[in-house]
Write a protein that binds this ligand. Structure first.
Ligand code: ADE
Ligand code: ZN
Length: 319
């Protein structure tokens, strides 16, 4: 029985496995520039975040209809359930779809076909978090929030992702203020490739309740002290960090040091189809390679529920 856990850092587009990518390509008459799944898998050698993002956005071309988004989410939920995931807070990137002529309604209603019945079908409760692409303009983020207005009953929060360096959180002050006024929860990627200052800015300027990645906080002891004091959760993604070369090898990952410092970390998969593993695989990897004890693993699993946006009664049921 895998440890029950919540997945808090998962891009639904990053769950697109090569087999499903080719199936959807055939269904939609899209030609991929790869002969087959084997050749596609060979492209999964990343130098950094940007080299991954290039492929991630390219493959999204196969996602066109509500059913495509439903199939994508259902495939993820089935895999996650097998790895002990009981609750998933799922990111999606509407701007990457709007730019291709796929509407907000197609994306949200499509995902909802899977998410709306996930508890019955997979035993997983879900929440949706809409991310803004930080390498797009602040105006585009505001337009995206406006486009989401009819679907806010299905969206729990907003996030910030894509190419980090050179796109500091402060660029998105206005859209985060607007999101807060609408009652949306707030998270942001910070300190993945970007400096510790971006983490501070995400907290102080965007008012985020959770930091996605947050790894580079370890370069600033005063920031670590603050994150510990304020119990700010960090959604750490170990296999992602290795594949995007944020750390040299898994054995060098700072997760043990982060936990020893008293940081409230969770373990997550980010883009599992690209990085070699889902939530349970990340737990197994940190257990085997970093030698985290069973007690530490239980602490990480407990943190995942505590750091989630579940209400107390929902949280007790999910655990
Ligand atoms: N979009 C999908 N995965 C991402 C990551 N790890 N960092 C930033 N943006 C992303
Ligand atoms: Zn991410």
């Amino acid at each position: 029985m895998p440890l029950p856990k919540a997945e808090l850092h998962l891009h639904v587009e990053g769950t697109l496995e090569p087999e499903l990518a080719f199936e959807l390509a055939a269904r939609n008459g899209v030609t991929l520039p790869y002969a087959d799944t084997e050749e596609l898998r060979k492209a999964y050698e990343f130098e950094d975040l940007q080299s991954f993002l290039n492929l991630y956005y390219e493959l999204m071309a196969v996602l066109r209809t509500e059913q495509d988004f439903a199939d994508l989410a259902n495939a993820y939920l089935a895999r996650a359930a097998a790895q002990g995931v009981r609750h998933a807070e799922i990111f999606f990137d509407p701007q990457a779809h709007l730019a291709r002529g796929v509407s907000m309604g197609t994306v949200v209603e499509g995902l909802w076909r899977a998410l709306g019945s996930s508890e019955e079908n997979h035993g997983i409760s879900t929440k949706l978090i809409m991310c803004f692409l930080r390498d797009e303009s602040a105006e585009s983020a505001l337009e995206t929030l406006r486009a989401a207005t009819p679907y806010l009953d299905r969206i729990t929060g907003v996030g910030l992702d894509s190419a980090e360096v050179g796109h500091p959180p402060v660029k998105f002050r206005e859209v985060y203020e607007a999101a807060a006024a609408l009652g949306l929860r707030r998270v942001a990627h910070a300190g993945e490739e970007g400096p510790p200052e971006y983490i501070t800015e995400a907290l102080d300027v965007l008012g985020v309740e959770r930091v996605d990645h947050g790894l580079r906080c370890m370069e600033d002891p005063a920031l670590v002290e603050r994150l510990v004091r304020e119990r700010i959760p960090l959604t750490v993604c170990p296999l992602s960090n290795v594949r995007l070369r944020t750390v040299d090898t898994l054995a060098d990952h700072p997760l043990p040091a982060m936990l020893d410092a008293g940081l409230m970390c969770t373990v997550n998969s980010d883009d599992p189809a690209y990085f070699g593993g889902y939530a349970g695989d990340n737990f197994t990897a940190v257990h085997r390679t970093l030698g985290l004890s069973e007690d530490r693993l239980r602490e990480l699993a407990r943190n995942s529920f505590l750091a989630s946006f579940l209400e107390d009664d929902e949280e007790r049921r999910a655990r």
